[in-house]
Design a protein around this ligand. Structure first.
Ligand SMILES: Cc1cc2nc3c(=O)[nH]c(=O)nc-3n(C[C@H](O)[C@H](O)[C@H](O)COP(=O)(O)OP(=O)(O)OC[C@H]3O[C@@H](n4cnc5c(N)ncnc54)[C@H](O)[C@@H]3O)c2cc1C
Length: 418
């Protein structure tokens, strides 16, 4: 049984590895010259950096299993959750759940007692409802329904929502936000840990996959169309036939790829109609490492950027990441750099000399995670054709974990298929 996995992002990678491990004849086709898709490494004046700063959490079970399988998990740094924003701090102590959350909230800095009680009551109510909403709505409307005070929303819920869903509370799906809270703050103590890559994403995943799968990875091979053929499915581009195909591409690519399969038209058109959210990362290289009290610092309330210490890539490297759409994208890059430098100096004190800087804007970083978004299943109406990717049906927003889970799910569907 031959399987072609089209798309070497984290979904395609997770799928191909799972199939290879089970002994299936799998080929991974990636249009770009490197693996990783929206989470990849790149060169910047001789330094390896990430296309965008990524953050994982302890609840990312499939992502962490993937990295353990690749043997690159020692390149991760795991810290207990500690959200530090000017005037606010929520640190979860090393206690078993739910004590870690209760004492973390009680000791949180920058929240009044009424805010802390409102947060604790909210988490209790979610637990009582088994984290299921009777009907999806926006996170803002949902938080208002639970009478969450504006200061609590600004300092805690809005930053978590925008960081996890890359969609502001006013537009975000309350159900998906609820899923995120279930698996992070309301999970085990370890689930809420912050997990940071301490090597570029290419080293973390792409290089290790190439070493593992060797010639079964075909870089620079773009599939242009998928059609039926006598043996199963035909891939235009490399002109290969395969009995099973896992399509693990960005959903915007589906209509062109699936034009020859009329049963797929409805799904392809639906996902091609998704709205998208950008993510901007500003990379700063200082002459010496600025001193961070914690490797990840919020630079303001609500929709504000976060700074990450990235000395692992080169001494003095800092990434500042700004989620979602906003006026920052309309600002000239040098003006934005100066604004973020001022915020960073406010958080850290006088900064060392700035040697170099670069902004990377991923315009279609994640799909807008809005209420009731229709997300397709991994199995499709076409026998032998599967869809993988962070956008397929699942609990998670557009994340590495959503991608990895979808890839593993496709692989298991194939392995179960006689
Ligand atoms: C800047 C940025 C920051 C982010 N931050 C976080 C974060 O902190 N935490 C988190 O969990 N997630 C984060 N994400 C989201 C995460 O990166 C994505 O959810 C995940 O990488 C999506 O993986 P995927 O495999 O589903 O899709 P993709 O990564 O889009 O992979 C699709 C692959 O298919 C290839 N392809 C497309 N067309 C073809 C074709 N015709 N033939 C062959 N190959 C093709 C593409 O080149 C690509 O490699 C971030 C994303 C960005 C962009």
């Amino acid at each position: 049984m031959t399987v072609a996995v089209v798309g070497g992002g984290w979904a395609g990678i997770a799928c191909a590895l799972e199939l290879a491990e089970a002994g299936r004849a799998v080929t991974l086709y990636e249009a770009a010259k490197q693996l990783g898709g929206r989470a990849r490494g790149l060169d910047w004046n001789g330094i390896r950096i990430d296309n965008g700063q990524h953050l994982m959490i302890g609840a990312y079970a499939e992502t962490l299993r993937l990295l353990r399988h690749l043997g690159t998990d020692p390149l991760l740094e795991r810290r207990r959750l500690d959200l530090r924003v000017p005037g606010f701090r929520l640190a979860l102590p090393k206690l078993p759940a739910p004590l870690h959350l209760a004492s973390g909230l009680l000791l949180a800095r920058g929240l009044g007692l009424a805010d802390k009680l409102a947060a604790a009551r909210f988490m209790q109510a979610l637990k009582a409802s088994r984290f299921r909403l009777s009907e999806d709505t926006t996170a803002a409307e949902w938080l208002a329904r639970y009478r969450q005070p504006p200061a609590l929303i600004d300092k805690l819920w809005a930053p978590i929502c925008i960081a996890a869903l890359n969609t502001p509370v006013e537009a975000a799906s309350a159900q998906v936000f609820c899923n995120v809270l279930r698996d992070s703050l309301a999970g085990s103590r370890a689930d809420s840990d912050l997990v940071m890559n301490r090597a570029d994403l290419g080293r973390l995943v792409g290089d290790a996959v190439l070493a593992r799968l060797g010639p079964r990875v075909r870089l620079g091979e773009k599939i242009t169309r998928i059609t039926r053929c006598a043996t199963g499915l035909h891939l235009a581009g490399p002109e290969q036939e395969s009995e099973q195909v896992v399509l693990a591409v960005h959903p915007g690519r589906l209509p062109a790829l699936l034009g020859g399969l009329p049963e797929m038209a409805g799904i392809a058109d639906a996902v091609a109609g998704y709205a998208w959210q950008p993510i901007l990362t500003l990379w700063l290289r200082f002459a010496a490492p600025p001193v961070f009290p914690f490797p990840m610092l919020g630079l303001g309330d609500g929709h504000a950027p976060w700074a990450f210490e990235r000395n692992d890539l080169a001494p003095g490297l800092v990434a500042i990441v700004m989620s979602a759409d906003g006026p920052h994208l309309r600002q000239p890059a040098a003006q934005l750099r100066d604004a973020y430098l001022a915020l960073l100096a406010h958080a850290l004190g006088t900064l060392p000399e700035l040697l170099d800087w670069k902004t990377i804007t991923e315009k279609r970083a994640t799909w807008s995670c809005t209420p009731n978004l229709a997300r397709p299943d991994n199995a499709t109406p076409v026998p032998g054709l599967y869809l993988a990717g962070d956008y397929t049906a699942g609990d998670y927003p557009a994340t590495l974990e959503g991608a990895a889970r979808s890839g593993v799910k496709c692989a298991r569907l194939i392995l179960r298929n006689p």
